[in-house]
Design a binder for this molecule. Sequence first.
Ligand code: NOJ
Ligand code: CA
Length: 573
Amino acid sequence: MTPQKPLLMLASLCMCTAASGQRPEEQNYAQFASFPALGSLKAIERPSGPDWMHNAVIYQIYPQTFFDSNGDGIGDIQGIIAKLDYVKSLGVDAIWVNPFFESPFRDAGYDISDYYSVAPRYGTNEDAKELFAKAHEKGLKVLFDFVASYTSIDHQWFKDSCEPAPNAHSNWYVWTNDTWFDGMDNYMAGFIQGYCLRNGNYLQNFFWSQPALNFGYGNIDPQQSAWQLPPNHPEIMALREEMKNVVRFWMGMGADGYRADMASTLVKRDDEDKKYTRAVWNDIREMLNKEFPGTFTVAEWEDWTAAKGGFNSNFLHWRKPFYDLWFRNNDSYFLPAGKGDITRFLALYLDQREKSGDANYISLTVGNHDLPRVNRWGRDKADLELIQVFAFTMPNIPFIYYGDEIGMRQLDFQSGKEGCYGTRAGGRTPMQWAGGANLGFSSSAPDKLWLPVDDAADAPTVAAQEKDPDSMLSFMRELVAFRKAHPALAADGGFYPVYAQKDQYPFIFIRAGGDEKLLVAINPSATQASAQIKGTLKAKRRLIKGSECKWSEKGDNTIISVPARSYAIYSLE
Ligand code: NOJ
Ligand code: CA
């Protein structure tokens, strides 16, 4: 009998897989050192999904710290509306807004107490409707954050579920059948004991205040069959219908899709290849296909099974080989120290694409509200640019975390603000719009701000960077436009690694799509790096972005030397 994995651990799979546990393919390397035959290179067959997603760039907005329209120190929906022209000016297609629903804010709003209402601190449902409409007028799509795996303890369903007398919501959460139940050894981790009058312990899905909604057990422990329910139990099916109603509600208000929180964690215990969890999501997808065709969904779900669960995209950032690319301070690939290894990432990436059958797109996010800001170790603009070039030239749907486009810095707050323990607070500080009070984020007194602003004299701001053609902001705008102008770089462009060697720099690959083929070479290390590649490139090359490399031939090999801390993008003609 396999003991239940503590759910808390599952929930923070995020942090723990990034820091320690390894999966089999992460031990492997993907090494390349030859040119593919150019004639055969092409785009992949497009996975199903709305047209706009194939070459999409998405901007992530953290509502509490984006822009405060009414001076109470907290960002809000009218604040987002006020900044839509700015967002549009970045050249992005869509925004993902973190949860803006009613909540006691023990986990910054992920802990929802009413799925159908905007939290008063952000505005009203009418404001949300206006946001969707105004965004659409400007040609932007809007994704909401869909949290299906748990609610807040303050949700009425949970309050009902806490009641000793059976009611419609008794089984909507995972409860043991006895506070003193006899599976303590295997099952206690992640269960909260003695919370209310109901005789039983509830399962948490993240913090203690986030009880897991009950989507059943994939493999019921025979010893615990008194309380572990099958995924098709009638009350669970009723919960599933209700979650569809939540989606219908926000799609009906005008949303274009969602990002699904902790999407892989719905069904508990031995849900092999996420079979039962996928069934829930595919059910929702079917409803969407009928009632809201063209909906885009992206999941916090760190492997290929997301594609088989009907998601158009999924994030890999909690996987160690991806996390290590820029979130380690000694052997990240994207650091001048040059001690990184691209081949582990590549092994993970290629494995995921193969297993998903390219049925969706991976999203290689550079930053988000759970990650430290990407410049955490004092990276300078050159480092940041190289990271963004990687994110915008690899096949994926790039996301820009608000503020990364101006190089906002990770700040040193360790506060527990609404669940922002550790580095989470320092990466969620207010957007820096301009010099002056609160860097233009809010007109409130500084001590009323949700989190303080960066008080460095040289804190980057949008206003200062707007005027500077060499700024990070200008670079990002150009990069987005560059990607959009080149079909080979779109998410469906073919991807062919040319040079990736264990512990070596540079990283070189070819992208193919439309009528073009582009060769991308990236060298984040502080010294020139040379790649020895078998064969010769049977095409004319033309540098279209970045710095020229040195090309030479030695016998049957081609040597490409990429200058220190630079990249090159060549059109192959
Ligand atoms: C992932 C969210 O992105 C994070 O902010 C949250 O705390 C956990 N899921 C729990 O929902
Ligand atoms: Ca406000």
